[in-house]
Design a protein around this ligand. Structure first.
Ligand SMILES: C[S@@+](CC[C@H](N)C(=O)[O-])C[C@H]1O[C@@H](n2cnc3c(N)ncnc32)[C@H](O)[C@@H]1O
Length: 267
């Protein structure tokens, strides 16, 4: 394996995300929301970055778009291919990195990412790649977790228990901050539009919710793996803090996960 700290970081992410497939039922409704928000139309060339099991890509393909999906994690791409085959749509799913998209400049009419590109460690690299492969006049649209709400705060708590990431790695929820998104899109984009939406996560208790995430969500999974082996008391402390964080968002057997939607046109 490479000695480059960023490459090692991505390899750890690839390992962390490989158990994400059971959460696809949750990201399926929000995929429809994103595809509608982006105004995807039949015949358009669409790229789904960090496509996971293909929920956004397949939704766009069902409308009649020509879709490519890129993700770091081969296990999720395998599931994405199965999902596409069941839905009877043709999609080019390939292993790849949001920071090094293997497509020519100005290939796509629409570039989408649902909770995907926000995990690329260097936001400036990821956004310049996503804009590079987009045609001038094309749309970029993504869903991201705001730092001040449940998922953003959870990431902050999880990272406070982890060893620090290599220099140059930005916290993913920065992508959920409107001012930061504007700054990152910069002068390369116009007509920036924001919206907010809510993903409801059914759960029997806050502990039940946490248990789901410990088995499926990359950053949580890595932390629990590490602390189970090295420091069970610290793991218990983490779980107490995490449960307290979730409690205000848990009501009527659902956990409310609000998120930010961004859409813009490439200049
Ligand atoms: C929270 S999942 C979202 C998956 C899918 N978009 C969905 O909404 O169900 C995050 C995804 O980002 C992918 N990912 C993380 N870093 C990436 C990178 N640098 N390039 C491409 N994909 C990446 C992970 O493998 C994972 O599939």
């Amino acid at each position: 394996m490479s000695d480059d700290p960023i490459a090692k970081f991505k390899e750890a992410q690839r390992q962390g995300w490989k158990h994400f497939a059971p959460l696809e039922g949750l990201t399926t409704p929000s995929a429809a929301r994103l595809v509608k928000f982006a105004n995807v139309r039949a015949g358009q060339n669409v790229l789904d970055v960090g496509c996971g099991t293909g929920v956004v890509a397949i939704t766009a393909a069902r409308i009649g778009a020509r879709v490519h999906g890129v993700d770091l994690t081969p296990e999720l791409l395998e599931r994405a291919r199965e999902n596409a085959s069941v839905a009877n749509v043709k999609i080019d799913f390939r292993e790849g990195d949001a920071e090094a998209l293997r497509f020519d400049d100005a290939t796509f009419d629409v570039v989408l990412s649902q909770f995907g590109h926000m995990f690329a460690p260097r936001p400036d690299v990821a956004i310049s790649e996503m804009l590079r492969v987009l045609k001038p006049g094309g749309s970029i649209a993504f869903a991201t977790w705001p730092p001040e709400l449940l998922i953003g705060s959870s990431f902050k708590l999880v990272s406070s228990y982890m060893p620090p990431p290599p220099p140059g790695v930005s916290p993913p929820p920065q992508w959920g901050d409107v001012a930061t998104v504007r700054e990152r899109l910069g002068s390369a984009a116009k007509d920036i539009l924001f919206d907010r939406a809510c993903m409801l996560f059914p759960a029997l208790s806050v502990q039940n919710y946490r248990d789901h995430l410990e088995r499926t969500a990359g950053p949580m999974l890595k932390l629990v793996e590490m602390l189970s082996a090295s420091d069970p008391a610290r793991l218990a402390q983490f779980r107490r803090e995490y449960d307290a964080l979730i409690a205000p968002y848990f009501e009527d057997n659902v956990v409310r996960q609000d998120y930010l939607l961004t859409r813009a046109i490439k200049v």
